[in-house]
Ligand binder design. Structure first.
Ligand code: FES
Length: 571
């Protein structure tokens, strides 16, 4: 028997409320048959002029609508909180969970049968997907696509990568202000999100690997006409998904999550992938642990040669064949039988793609690097774990013991890092505290702090840096992130002092603070909890409920889902 549409609970009623639900919507000029059994498709739009990477999604929604209408659906676009990485303060991560709540409640409260998520900038993919998972309707993702390659001085320039080098370029390489301005303009020369394998591109690859997009969607540049074709076809497909009752939970199985971990390792994806995937899994009740990223992903070879660790950019990745080529190459590692939004398996979808540039996507027989996935570290400094991305790190630093140079806060770091009197050399370990989920609050992307000027001037390019914060997916270096528990709730990171020796051994997955247990206990007893960073409003709520990084930094009360049922009616 055909399943009754969810939207019929609004539009299918013959009573007073049916009149109310239909009548007011008619003011937008919809014919009567739109209310008589057409699947209603909610187009969840993260468009905002304050989110530059998503600035084109208003047009895209119209293209999706075309597809929905062609397939016999009734499209209704709605806005949700948009998170612009480069503009919001103190950090978009503080608002990821808020945006997910907005998405969840907007979907559930409205007469929606199926959902299209229009996403782009880093947090707009995980936030909307987390919210959609807690409702669990048929859902398809249309990633907004990367910008065209940046250009500067005749070379390709990765947006989100050059900015990490501005200090070095100005102060060490004698770039002029005019040079920097030229780079600023050339780095973002079309609509779309960052075109490195930063977090936005990582998230686009993540949703494609999870089976939530039509095949090949992730890499198509935002301004390529084929992106619009993809959007229109996604609009058509979601209507069929509603008819097939193909809910998110039917696609997002444990196997699909494992696939996305494998693909993320091969593309050299951002460390932010971990925190977002953990949070998404948490909404579906799928058991996924921090250690899984290491167990499943760390032995996977690196195939994609993209900045920040490699040479090319997303436009090149698309022309080389995009993610379908990577998925085909990874066949022997993947669960090829998992179903995707188009009703076919990931194996069937990616059977025959051709690689047009082996310098951009290496074959599995000649990978760019073995064992490229993220390594999860353990030790007294990070009881619940910390992460490092070996493909972005310096191999000579992967086993190192160095003297700690400690910064208690981000402000302390800025105040002292370039002080010529700072007692630091390239063998030291920079320790940054107070940048975790509770402490900052919101766990900003500051883990890859700049090196001291005096070391940059000596030609030093990398040092070990440890923090409870995150790192932008566009950045690189020997950076240990997501230390859990964080310093602001009394993790051992809080107890590190200048001059302590810290040992890193990535092969052994070890991060150790070299002090005696007695000394550790003494410091623990003397530790005082810092004052909370907010006493009211959403930020207070966030601080009270946010979980640690190894759990995905979701709010505890948002774990799991409530389904699509609305428990009380509008009276
Ligand atoms: Fe939006 Fe990089 S700033 S994707």
């Amino acid at each position: 028997m055909k399943k009754k549409l969810r939207s019929a609970g609004w539009f299918g009623k013959d009573d007073k409320m049916g009149f109310v639900h239909r009548s007011w919507l008619r003011n937008q000029g919809y014919p009567d048959d739109y209310f008589r059994g057409k699947p209603v498709i909610g187009i969840c739009n993260t468009w905002s002029e304050l989110t530059p990477c998503n600035g084109h999604l208003r047009d895209f929604a119209e293209v999706v609508k075309r597809g929905v209408i062609e397939a016999g659906g009734f499209p209704l676009e709605f806005p949700v909180t948009s998170l612009g990485e480069t503009i919001m303060r103190p950090t978009t991560m503080l608002f990821r969970n808020l945006a997910s709540m907005d998405t969840e409640e907007s979907i559930r409260a409205n007469p929606i049968d199926g959902v299209v998520l229009l996403t782009g900038c880093d947090k707009t993919t995980p936030s909307t997907l987390m919210g959609a998972c807690s409702v669990d309707l048929p859902t398809i993702v249309v990633p907004g696509g990367p910008m065209l390659n940046g250009r500067f001085k005749g070379e390709c320039l990765g947006s989100g990568s050059f900015n990490w080098m501005v200090k070095e370029k100005l102060l060490v390489e004698n770039y002029t202000e005019a040079d920097i301005l030229e780079a600023e303009i050339g780095a973002a020369r079309s609509q779309g999100h960052c075109m490195t394998m930063g977090t936005a591109s990582t998230m686009a690859c993540m949703v494609e690997a999870l089976g939530l997009t039509l095949p090949g969607a992730a890499a198509i540049p935002a301004v390529d006409s084929r992106k619009k074709v993809m959007a229109q076809l996604s609009g058509r497909r979601i209507v069929e998904m509603v008819k097939e009752d193909m809910k998110l939970s039917k696609i997002l199985t444990r196997k699909a999550f494992e696939n996305s971990i494998i693909v993320n390792a091969a593309v050299g994806g951002s460390t932010n992938f971990i925190i977002h995937l953990l949070a998404i899994a948490g909404r579906l009740g799928i058991e996924l642990k921090l250690e899984d990223f290491d167990t499943i992903g760390s032995k996977i070879p690196l195939l994609v040669n993209l900045k920040p660790s490699g040479k090319y950019l997303m436009e090149d990745f698309y022309y080389a064949g995009g993610l379908p080529v990577v998925i085909k190459e990874l066949k022997k590692y993947l669960h090829n039988d998992v179903i995707t939004v188009n009703g076919k398996t990931i194996g069937d979808n990616n059977n025959n793609p051709v690689c047009y540039n082996k310098d951009v996507i290496a074959p599995i027989s000649e990978p760019l690097q073995d064992n490229a996935g993220i390594a999860v570290l353990k030790g007294n400094l990070c009881k619940d774990g910390a992460v490092i991305k070996p493909s972005a790190a310096t191999s000579s630093l992967m086993k190192h013991k160095g003297r700690a140079v400690v910064f208690e806060t981000m402000e302390d770091y800025h105040h002292r890092i370039d002080d010529p009197a700072l007692d630091i050399d390239e063998t030291c370990v920079i320790v940054l505290k107070g940048v975790g989920p509770v402490g900052y609050p919101g766990m900003p992307e500051v883990g890859n702090v700049d090196l001291p000027l005096k070391l940059l001037q000596k030609g030093i390019k990398d040092m070990i840096r440890i923090s409870d914060g995150r790192m932008s997916g566009t950045a690189a270096g020997t950076v240990i992130l997501h230390v859990s528990p964080e310093s602001s709730i009394g993790g051992v990171l809080a107890l590190v002092k200048d001059g302590d020796m810290i040992e890193l051994d990535v092969e052994k997955r070890k991060l150790h603070l070299d002090i005696t247990d007695e000394e550790l206990e003494k410091r623990q007893a003397a530790w005082k909890k810092p004052e909370p960073m907010a006493t009211r409003g959403y930020v207070k709520f966030y601080i009270d409920h946010v979980q640690q990084a190894h759990l995905g930094a979701d709010l505890d009360i948002l774990q799991g889902g409530s389904g699509d049922e609305v428990t009380r009616d509008l009276h």
